[in-house]
Structures are given as structure tokens and as C-alpha cells.
Design a protein around this ligand. Structure first.
Ligand SMILES: [Zn+2]
Length: 268
């Protein structure tokens, strides 16, 4: 019995050892499965995250592409329009191409204007005179060199008022366009004043000549180029005396809708 018992005990202990091992083995299996699962979940999470961040990147790229395309569209529209000589945009951000020189013709007072538009200007001035008005063209085409002279004189004047060279340039740009960025260099702009009031200030707007011109200029293809409420867009002070030829169709749209040329070129 003892032997048997011992044997039983031995068998028992053997069994328990085996069980224990298999238990251990089982635990080992559980741990491996757990680790593998965690690993798989982590890998999946990493892949999903990577995919998510990739799609975010794609979205950002697409967004960038969209705004880039939008900008390009706008730019090409401006370039496209600038090929149309009547609508050529000239401002501080869009200087004239180097050496731009239109074919010019002389006005009766000797000043020059683009020969393609001079007839419309003469017709407008003649019709104003028929109304008993006395418009005076005091500035038309200017060469870039002459514009440079005007600009330099303005700097000297500002420095004479005690400004530093840098400040003088900043102030001068507010009064005189930087050479190559003036519409007068383009040959399609004129400054017109009343014979009775020959000053380039805001009071010019109240003269009968300017009142008539503002009302009728679009019929001849001209616009008031620098309106009072558009200085933020044009970058130029209110100039009730400065008229620009853009052609009858654009002039009508611009004057009837109270736009400036920059706005018109983006809209149409
Ligand atoms: Zn002008």
C-alpha cells in the first residue's frame, strides 16, 4: 500500500508536474497571444494614424493647390487682360515693362497721348466745351525719365521738410508715382482741371468741368481712376482730376458699378 501510495503520490506529483507545465505552457501561450494582439493593435493604430496623417497631408496639399490655382488664375487673368492694351494695369505692384513706349500723338496744347485713344479724348473735351465748360489738360503722357525727375524733386522737397532719406521716399511715393508705375507713363491717362480752378486738390471735384466729366467720361471710354472710396485698393490718394482710358465697355461697367480698375480686372 505504501509502495502503491508512494507510487500514487509519485504519479500524482508527476501529473501535477505535467499539469503545472502544461499550465505554464498555457500561460505562455496566453502571453504570446496577448503580446501578438497588442503588437497587431499597435501596428494597426500606427498604420491607421499614418494613413490619417497622410490623408490630412493630402488635404492640406489639395487646399494649397486650390489657393495656388486660384492665385494663378487671378494672375493669368490679369496678364491676359494686360495684353489688352486698353485694360493694362499699371500700379505700384504692376510696373510697366521696361522700355514700354506707346505710339503717341499730340493734343492741341502739345501734350502727348496714346494715338489709339486720342480721338476719344478730343471728342470728350470738345463735347465738354460745347456745354460751355473749360477743361484744361494739364498732364498727359510722361516719359519714365520725366517721372524720375518728378519723383526725385519730391524726395528733395520732403527731405527739405526735415525727413530722413528713407521717410522722404515713403512720403514721396504717396504723392508721385514711382517711375514706371504711373499711368502717365502708359500714355492712357490725363489730368484735367477747370480753367477757373487749376489746383490738384479735392476741391477740383466741385468744379463744373469735373462734375460733367465724372458723369459723362464713360461715354467716351474714360474712368475716374482713383475714386475717394478706393484708395486702399488703388494705393493712390483721391484724384478727382485723373482720368484713364479703358474703352467704352469697361468704362461703363466701372463707372456704373462704382468700381476701380483693379476690382474690374478681377471680376470680369
Ligand atoms: Zn494723373
Amino acid at each position: 500500500m505504501y509502495t502503491i501510495d508512494k507510487h500514487v503520490i509519485e504519479v500524482d506529483s508527476l501529473e501535477s508536474k505535467i499539469k503545472g507545465r502544461s499550465l505554464l505552457k498555457g500561460r505562455g501561450k496566453v502571453s504570446i497571444v496577448t503580446i501578438l494582439s497588442i503588437f497587431l493593435i499597435l501596428s494597426f493604430t500606427v498604420i491607421v494614424n499614418a494613413e490619417a496623417s497622410e490623408s490630412i497631408k493630402v488635404l492640406i496639399r489639395e487646399k494649397k493647390d486650390e489657393s495656388f490655382l486660384e492665385q494663378e488664375k487671378e494672375k493669368s487673368y490679369l496678364v491676359q487682360n494686360s495684353k489688352d492694351w486698353m485694360l493694362m494695369l499699371v500700379n505700384e505692384k504692376s510696373p510697366l515693362p521696361d522700355g514700354y513706349l506707346p505710339k503717341l500723338k499730340k493734343l492741341e496744347n502739345g501734350l502727348e497721348f496714346d494715338e489709339r485713344a486720342i480721338d476719344y479724348l478730343n471728342e470728350m473735351l470738345a463735347d465738354a466745351r460745347l456745354q460751355g465748360l473749360s477743361p484744361v489738360v494739364c498732364s498727359a503722357f510722361r516719359t519714365v525719365e520725366y517721372q524720375q525727375k518728378l519723383f526725385d524733386n519730391q524726395i528733395k522737397k520732403q527731405m527739405g521738410n526735415g525727413l530722413s532719406a528713407h521717410q522722404a521716399v515713403v512720403e514721396a511715393k504717396k504723392v508721385v508715382a514711382y517711375p514706371g508705375t504711373s499711368e502717365h507713363n502708359l500714355g492712357l491717362a490725363v489730368d484735367i482741371v477747370s480753367l477757373g480752378y487749376q489746383f490738384l486738390d479735392e476741391k477740383q471735384a466741385a468744379t463744373p468741368e469735373i462734375e460733367w466729366l465724372v458723369e459723362h467720361c464713360s461715354e467716351y471710354g474714360f474712368i475716374l481712376r482713383y475714386p475717394k472710396d478706393k484708395t486702399e485698393i488703388t494705393g493712390v490718394i483721391y484724384e478727382p482730376w485723373h482720368f484713364r482710358y479703358v474703352g467704352k465697355q469697361a468704362a461703363k461697367e466701372i463707372m456704373e458699378n462704382g468700381l476701380c480698375l483693379e476690382e474690374y480686372l478681377i471680376r470680369y
